[in-house]
Design a protein around this ligand. Structure first.
Ligand code: SIN
Length: 278
């Protein structure tokens, strides 16, 4: 089947058409998809139809599965597949997973390189996922800022005491399996496309090595304010059949709770193993 890969913005996102991932992909198509993933950072592969095992098989075209921290939260019968849903709650209120910009599981020593979503139920309007390009944001920094942040390392914990939002608490069992904090450079180099990127996550960063917390938080806020400008954004409006995979080493992302909460938003979610950021 002939396929096309078309940019969605000049810097982030490409739409892939003409591929049915359930048919399997040959080595050439697999390589082309992985190259497009490294170059475009977000791939939107249209018109897929997945059962849970088919979603797992499609994900593995791009790498090896990474286990989510909240092991009990999974699609019934499929412990590998996490889900996001507007039906989740924390005591006393609704919980929208991923409501502020972040990169996934950056508290791990080798955080997941990629995350994938596949919609099962979508609201009639809204509920987009926003992405911003952290390569582009880094490239545009003033030279003085680049020099100031060169070599700095941030400490990423499960939930920073400075986080702008809550995370669902971990069960005792899951908490025992969370690794020690990840200490990662503020600027990382992508192992496949060779580009530098800001590596920021206000939900998890609790400090910068060798800096007072106040100074560290000011710096993270300053860099985030720069990074989340619209000019770096690709905003994904969901359609049924979209298999979306994004590169956690190149973009940060957030979910939008801007829709009618009486409508169900439910997506399957998987992550792929990555490498320690350098
Ligand atoms: C996430 O942060 O992984 C979820 C994004 C979304 O629900 O749009």
């Amino acid at each position: 089947m002939s396929n096309t890969i078309t940019s969605l913005t000049p810097h982030t996102g490409a739409e892939v058409r003409g591929i049915d991932l359930n048919e399997g992909v040959d080595a050439e198509t697999r390589a082309a998809l992985n190259r497009a993933f490294a170059d475009h950072h977000v791939l939107v592969i249209r018109d897929q139809q997945f059962t849970p095992p088919q979603f797992i098989a499609a994900a593995q075209i791009f790498g090896e599965l990474f286990q989510h921290d909240k092991r009990e939260m999974h699609v019934p019968g499929y412990p590998q597949i996490y889900y996001v849903s507007n039906e989740q709650t924390v005591p006393g209120k609704r919980y929208i997973s991923g409501e502020t910009f972040h990169t996934d599981h950056s508290n791990h020593p080798a955080p997941p390189k990629a995350t994938m979503l596949f919609p099962v139920s979508l609201p009639s309007h809204g509920g987009d996922t926003q992405y911003v390009n952290m390569h582009q944001a880094y490239d545009d920094l003033p030279e003085a800022t680049k020099q100031r942040i060169e070599g700095l390392k941030a400490v990423h914990v499960y939930l920073s005491k400075y986080s702008p939002r809550e995370l669902r608490p971990l069960s005792k069992d899951n908490a025992r399996q969370v690794p020690p904090p990840g200490v990662h450079p503020l600027v990382r180099t992508h192992p496949e496309n060779g580009r530098k990127a800001l590596y920021l996550n206000p939900v998890r960063i609790e400090g910068i090595v060798g800096m007072q917390d106040e100074e560290a938080l000011d710096l993270v806020n300053e860099l985030m304010t720069h990074a989340i400008q619209k000019k770096y954004e690709y905003r994904h409006q969901w359609r049924y059949g979209d298999f979306v995979i994004w590169d956690n080493r190149s973009v940060i992302h957030k979910a939008n709770p801007d829709y009618d909460m009486n409508e169900r938003r439910y997506l399957y979610r998987l992550m792929l193993k990555g490498e320690p950021p350098v």
